[in-house]
Design a protein around this ligand. Structure first.
Ligand code: DMJ
Length: 636
């Protein structure tokens, strides 16, 4: 056995890859010394395309019309409602890849065959983000010549299905915890009978607060305000129960409004609540959402952020509960790009990516105190979040190291997760054990963001960059276009990079191409804002030169006003820095720190055990961290 192994190893090293042997497993990791070039980005984009078809064709051949593929046994399984979940979740990825034939066939099949009058009890959250979002984004692509993917035979069938499905979920909102007639929804609903008699009254914050984009779109497409109203009531109901320090807990009783799980964090059970506050503002221009987002974001950065990590704290006292990185947190740097807060995003992404590099995947939980995989949270179920943030940060900075990170993550997926008929969950990131499951979000999000990343690197040629609209991505990665019908945002307040940490309303930017008045320089330009919502992020050339907070700023081009401004070339400041100053070196130097009592002026982080906590994630006997500087990865 030894000789052939060595031969393979030498051969693979020539190809730029390393093979690592353990007792029972062989891990193949590529190492690359060169940064990804535009030419290589093209090849990687094509590799991702092939990856999509390996999984999509595997699903269509072996699992369709079941919900999801079991990629090892090559069978189907019904995991949500038994209505071709993976096909619906994949629709806009097919369109993005320009696959007119499969997109058309799929839209036609769904229009003819899908029905929701079935006696199934389904998750309101998952059904909304995967099915409703998938149907709505595909409807908007299939019905519009401007997308280049109009389906000639299409006559609004997907929109009808979406409306039917949403009406079947409305009974879930019949609770008293909102700000108006409806409230925070039950977690699940039966598509025929409404809420089951014994349905749990406990739901997660993300579950109740991540419905506004899809339901709001539906209202604007059907001219029926009910969908937008009920989901906004739910958000307001959650926010009305925030703590005095503007944190929300993880689980809440939809009848009493009592928090049943008081851990505040940016990951599990809460993550997309924050995401939809900002995105609902960006998509709909509803200013209430940006006010809430600003308060919520400020509190998160004050109480949860321990540069570069995020921890979970008690929502009332801010006492530290879990010093844990959970993989769902990895969407946050991407959200920060949208919010215009780039510097912490760069550092946090580097820290999260260091966990990926260590294991080849991110485990569901990584304990920041023990610096090891959290017991019971060893799996990597093909999640997109870190890739999503990598895409956003590359889009914002054009720093090639994000392409390099994408190449690493693609290699991990190819060598660790690819299996017979698709891509497999990894049940243990330390031993790379494959499991017979492939979540639909792998095709809706993970592959989509990877493809978009490399397409950007190659010189973008896709609907999002070159199409007729700006798009907001739903939390499931679905494309929600800012068409005039949907987006009622007043132009003067429409910008990505909307968030302003301070009350300083100056915009400082060095973006080239902005028309200047005589005497102005690129590096210091002050714009006045017409109203409180047009507070502008303040960027200095030293901090984040590639991003603009765009507002009512005379002289901006349409492109600058409506999107993230690309750096004309790679981030000059980053290039100028010495290697030790560059953000990615956090990964290399392994000298990350967790400061658990960072300038929290009123509330100290103290050792704390909340007796109401359910689903404990820190194993008994493990030390929780007190308020002191803790060095992580030192010397590793
Ligand atoms: C997806 O369904 C969505 O991104 C959701 O917001 C979080 N979980 C998965 C991906 O990990």
């Amino acid at each position: 056995m030894e000789a052939p192994k060595r031969m393979v190893q030498i051969w693979m090293l020539i190809l730029g890859a390393v093979i690592i042997y353990s007792d029972d497993h062989i891990f193949i990791l590529r190492t690359f010394s060169e940064s990804v070039t535009a030419e290589e980005a093209k090849q990687l984009r094509d590799e991702v395309r092939e990856m999509f078809y390996h999984a999509f064709d595997g699903y269509m051949e072996h699992a369709f019309p079941h919900d999801e593929l079991k990629p090892l046994s090559c069978e189907g399984e019904d995991t949500l409602g038994g209505y071709a979940l993976t096909l619906i979740d994949s629709l806009d990825t097919l369109a993005l890849l320009g696959d007119r034939e499969r997109f058309t066939d799929s839209v036609e099949w769904i229009g003819k065959n899908l029905r929701f009058d079935i006696n199934k009890t389904v998750s309101v959250f998952e059904t909304t983000i995967r099915i409703l979002g998938g149907l709505l984004s595909a409807h908007l692509i299939a019905s519009d010549y401007n997308t280049g993917m109009r389906v000639p035979s299409y006559d609004g069938e997907l929109l009808d299905l979406a409306e039917d499905l949403a009406r079947r979920m409305l009974p879930a909102f019949d609770t008293p915890t909102g700000t108006h007639a409806t409230g925070i929804p039950f977690g699940s609903v039966n598509l025929i009978h409404g809420v089951d008699e014994n349905e749990s009254k406990i739901t997660s914050t993300a579950g109740g607060g991540t419905l506004t984009l899809e339901f709001g779109m539906l209202s604007r497409l059907t001219n029926d305000p009910i969908f937008e109203q009920v989901t906004k009531n739910a958000v307001m109901g959650i926010w009305a129960r925030r703590s005095k320090i503007n944190l929300v807990g993880a689980h809440i009783d939809v009848f009493s409004g009592e928090w049943t799980q008081k851990d505040a964090g940016i990951g599990t059970s809460i993550d997309s609540f924050y995401e939809y506050l900002l995105k609902a503002y960006l998509l709909f221009g509803d200013e209430e959402y940006i006010f809430i987002f600003q308060e919520a974001y400020r509190a998160a950065m004050h109480y949860l952020y321990n540069d570069p990590w995020y921890v979970e704290v008690n929502m009332n006292s801010a006492a530290l509960v879990w010093p844990l990185f959970n993989s769902l947190q990895a969407f946050w740097p991407g959200l920060q790009v949208l919010a215009g807060d780039i510097e912490p995003a760069i550092r946090t992404h580097a820290a999260f990516f260091s966990v990926w590099k260590r294991y080849g995947f991110t485990p569901e939980g990584f304990n920041l105190a023990t610096l090891s995989v959290q017991r019971g949270q060893k799996s990597y179920p093909l999640r997109p979040e870190l890739i999503e943030s990598t895409y956003w940060l590359y889009k914002a900075t054009q720093d090639p190291r994000y392409l390099d990170a994408g190449r690493d993550m693609l290699a991990s997926l190819q060598y660790g997760a690819r299996c017979t008929c698709g891509y497999c969950h990894i049940s243990d990131v330390e031993f790379h054990i494959q499991e017979d499951h492939m979540e639909s979000f792998f095709l809706a999000e993970t592959v989509k963001y990877l493809w978009l990343l490399f397409d950007l690197g190659a010189g973008p040629d896709n609907l999002i960059e070159n199409g007729p609209y700006k798009y907001i991505f739903s939390t499931e990665g679905h494309l929600l276009p800012m068409t005039p019908q949907i987006s009622l945002v007043r132009e003067h307040c429409l910008y990505f990079g909307a968030y302003c940490r301070s009350s300083n309303l100056r915009l400082e930017t060095n973006i080239s191409g902005i028309a200047k008045k005589p005497g102005e320089t690129n590096h210091s330009k002050t714009y006045s804002c017409p109203g409180p919502t047009c507070s502008l992020s303040r960027f200095t050339p030293q901090s984040s030169p590639a991003i603009s907070g765009l507002g009512y700023c005379p002289g901006l081009t349409h492109g600058q006003r409506f999107g993230i401004k690309y750096a004309a070339s790679a981030d000059a400041n980053l290039q100028d820095k010495s290697p030790t100053q560059r953000p990615a070196d956090v990964v290399q130097s392994h000298s990350l720190v967790l400061v658990s009592n960072h300038n929290a002026d009123q509330v100290d982080h103290v050792k704390h055990q909340d007796s109401s906590v359910e689903g404990s994630v820190v194993a008994q006997g493990e030390e929780k961290q007190q308020g002191k500087l803790i060095e992580l990865f030192e010397g590793r």
